[in-house]
Write a protein that binds this ligand. Sequence first.
Ligand code: FAD
Length: 381
Amino acid sequence: MGIIGAGPAGLVAAHVLLRSGIDCCVVERNTREQVEQRARAGLREHRVADYLRGHGLPCGRSTSGAADFVCEDQRIRVSYRELSGGFTRWVHPQQLLVRDLLTALDTVDRSPRFGCAALAISAPLERPVIECADLDLACDFVLACDGSGGPSARLFAAAGLPPATRRHRCDWLTVLADVERPVDGAVYALHRDGFAGLMPRAGTTARLYLQIPAGGPLESWRERDIRDRFARRMGTTAPLLPALREIAEVGVVRMRSSSLPVARLGKLLVAGDAAHLLTPTGAKGMNLAIADAADAAHSLISWYHHGDPGDLAGYSARRVEDARLTQEFSGWMLDLLHVPSGPEVLSGKRETIESIAVPGPAGEAFAHRYAGSGAGADNRV
Ligand code: FAD
């Protein structure tokens, strides 16, 4: 069994497979240090936290279960924990999960092969081979968790199965910053200049987002501009938030989404960002990547241990459907948060936010999807 990529998807699958006695080898193009230091996601869904805990992995801290929306300077609290009957999100940065998973693989002597880039995957229908510069890895199955633009994407495109892609009209400036006290829940501010967001991360680290015009260069953003725009868009809520101290990292997320039409080609399964790219609006990408990995691992366990091909046969349909529903939710949030212009647009959005902040079908549906409450059958996420 071969796995490409030591991100959350590849490492969760390896961990679950190895715990059930199925040997696997992970190849990763980057160094261990690079993989361990890649700070991206931080918010874990309820279903994913439960699943990982069940597999002996820490889940960080639980949030109080509320998100704040700021619209036309009015702060509206959405207590999704209450609205969903007790489901909440957890704060645990992606790089800490990756470190925990690597430590777990070290203890069973199955650390990934770092600095080993998969160049191609051949014969996916019969006996797939992961071709690297220094070795060819012949496998029963390959699980491609190689993020966006890796060799699995090229293989699906060559097989006439390219992803459906969408480029959105805005990008997000993304900032890792130290703040004066830990942030509890996410804050989403809708302002006529554009969206601003504040997301919890470990300790006093937080992630800030600012909506910016699509395609603009990163270099034009000075620290003072970032601080000013963030404070202006948060409006009267800004003084209530933990004060911004040092800015550690600034980047741009090019807002695009994509999804493959299938998640399996013969003996090649694909999981995570390699199968579907989400915008960070709903904080769902890593969660969906782990749900894919868990499904792939349990389908393979049924096959190896019980000779049962049923789960593998349904893998693609289940993952494509989960991705469709998740992208639908992320897209809905993107439409809500992005502000074209004009006060009338904002008041329409305020009404939507008010409708999800109170008990009723809209509030409950939002709360369940935001928290990620859906526990799956058969030990899947
Ligand atoms: P990746 O993490 O991209 O891992 C893929 C791995 O494959 C990498 O280590 C890469 O080096 C390796 N690889 C690639 N090509 C090859 C090759 N040819 N050979 C060998 N190895 C290869 N998601 C959330 O759920 N919640 C959040 O709060 C959240 N916040 C985010 C904030 C930002 C700023 C960004 C950018 C993303 C955020 N996400 C969030 C999304 C999340 O980070 C991704 O969805 C997640 O990393 C996907 O995991 P993965 O394992 O599929 O892919």
